[in-house]
Design a protein around this ligand. Structure first.
Ligand code: NDP
Length: 446
């Protein structure tokens, strides 16, 4: 780190001492982008970094709703509008009891760089609530979503801020949110992405993050003389990203032997049967444990962290932040894992990431590797603006091209600025940062 990045990071630590996830993301980013400032002294003169680390706006609000027993409930809603230098704010809405400002600031910060890497005109934001959709009836979820949008609608718009799904926010929630936005504003516009196909959604959006992750990992391993075909794969999580990462990596010739949820993991030496997982998770909204009861020869293990002890060539953490710690990373390295692709946002702790890099494990950081979701969301915005609907293959082809482009940008920046040409963490952070920095400089001190 140089003096400038160090000073800004120390300032952040002093002012946000209790926001551990945000400081974790900021530390990684500052560490990576430090070499840029030696080449660009004008950034420091213009206080660019001080502005870059600070969200443009944060909205926090009360979300009252009534449960099925007729009892009033209150949750907290958030929208972090981080940076709009290169386009309208764009980023998902997370619905999970753990949601707080630190988590949403870390996600928003990462989103700024991720969206820049896609090459598309989208700024960065993130939002959500500590509401837990798990175990709620459809009516309760609808009541919550309508109340949430009754405040959020005044802060968003097709050219202002375009939220999307994330953990806990799937097609059902996006539908309820969209209906309420339309009802209040009277506007039929592309204000949310991840919409259903009957009202403006894009084909391939559901698959995009998982598929995009596999396209990135394929580029990365092949650039380093390895291949996916014949590899044994572990995928954590069993939500949207995990399911479609499994689907695509299997089509590429990999064999997925383990998946998980927040209670535990399943192991199936014959290769996970994805249709069974889809039935349990997408249709029944059940627990991954049920897989072992339905598929003879498979096993269920209590506790989700044990999944990293399963021997594999490639690991794809696709569940949540900090799910892969140093102990998990050590187990993967000891078992000969040669590549890690982050489907989730910041699933590896700083210690785990450093351990992979030190041991020569090819490491695809989430902000680059999982950018296929937001890139396809931006394609959904384009289709909405043009009143057009592209085919699945058209969208998938564009996604493939975007992921290859992201990999090339990361590799080029790592080579130019880093001391390790395969350090794609440095590459992603620098490539993402430079475009936003140039746009901010051009727009003056705002
Ligand atoms: P989902 O809500 O669809 O799925 C999350 C999955 O992770 C669930 O299976 C959940 O299990 C599981 N999970 C949660 N915590 C843990 C844990 N500690 N260990 C193991 N499994 C766990 O979310 P998504 O698939 O959409 O998102 C997953 C990650 O990908 C998040 O980090 C998200 O920010 C990121 N992401 C998502 C994008 C998208 O397009 N959806 C785009 C880019 C990034 P359970 O059912 O028990 O909660």
């Amino acid at each position: 780190m140089n003096q400038y990045t160090n000073r800004v990071l120390e300032g952040l630590k002093a002012r946000n001492a209790h926001e551990s996830e945000y400081l974790q993301a900021a530390t990684e980013i500052m560490d990576s982008i430090a070499p840029v400032f030696d080449k660009h002294p004008e950034y420091e003169k213009n206080g660019l970094l001080e502005r870059f680390v600070e969200p443009e706006r944060i909205v926090m609000f009360r979300v009252p709703w009534v449960d099925d027993e007729g009892k009033a409930q209150v949750n907290r809603g958030f929208r972090v509008q981080y940076n709009s230098a290169i386009g309208p704010y764009k980023g998902g809405l997370r619905l999970h009891p753990s949601v707080n400002l630190s988590i949403l600031k870390f996600l928003g910060f990462e989103q700024v760089l991720k969206n820049s890497l896609t090459g598309l005109p989208i700024g960065g934001g993130k939002g959500g609530s500590d509401f837990d959709p798990k175990g709620k009836s459809d009516r309760e979820v609808m009541a919550f979503c309508q109340s949430f949008m009754t405040e959020l609608y005044r802060h968003i718009g097709a050219d202002v801020d375009v939220p999307a799904g994330d953990i806990g926010t799937g097609a059902r929630e996006i539908g309820y949110l969209y209906g309420q936005y339309k009802r209040i504003t009277g506007l039929y516009e592309g204000v949310l992405t991840g919409k259903g196909l009957t009202y403006g959604g894009s084909l391939a959006r559901t698959q995009a993050t998982g598929y995009g992750l596999c396209y990135f990992v394929k580029n990365m391993v092949e650039a380093n003389g390895k291949k996916i075909e014949g590899a044994t794969i572990v995928v954590s999580g069993s939500g949207n990203v995990a399911i479609y990462a499994n689907e695509k990596i299997s089509q590429m010739g990999g064999k997925v032997v383990a998946m998980s949820d927040s209670n535990g993991y399943i192991y199936d030496a014959n290769g996970i049967k994805l249709d069974v997982v889809k039935q349990i998770k997408e249709v029944e909204r059940g627990r991954i444990k049920e897989y072992a009861a339905r598929v003879p020869g498979s096993e269920y293990h209590e506790g989700c962290k044990g999944i990293w002890t399963v021997k594999c060539d490639i690991a794809l953490p696709c569940a949540t932040q900090n799910e892969l710690d140093e102990a998990g990373a050590k187990a993967l390295v000891a078992n000969g894992c040669f590549a890690v692709g982050e489907g989730a946002n910041m699933p590896s702790t700083l210690e785990a990431t450093n351990l992979f890099l030190k041991n020569g494990v090819l490491f695809a950081p989430g902000k680059a590797a999982n950018a296929g979701g937001v890139a396809t969301s931006a394609l959904e915005m384009s289709q909405n603006s043009m009143r057009l609907h592209w085919t699945f293959d058209e969208v998938d082809e564009k996604l493939k091209g975007i992921m290859t482009g992201i990999f090339e940008k990361c590799a080029a920046a790592a080579k130019e600025y880093g001391d390790q040409p395969t350090n794609y963490v440095v590459g992603a952070n620098i490539a993402g940062f430079l475009k936003v920095a140039e746009a901010m400089m051009a727009q003056g001190n705002v």
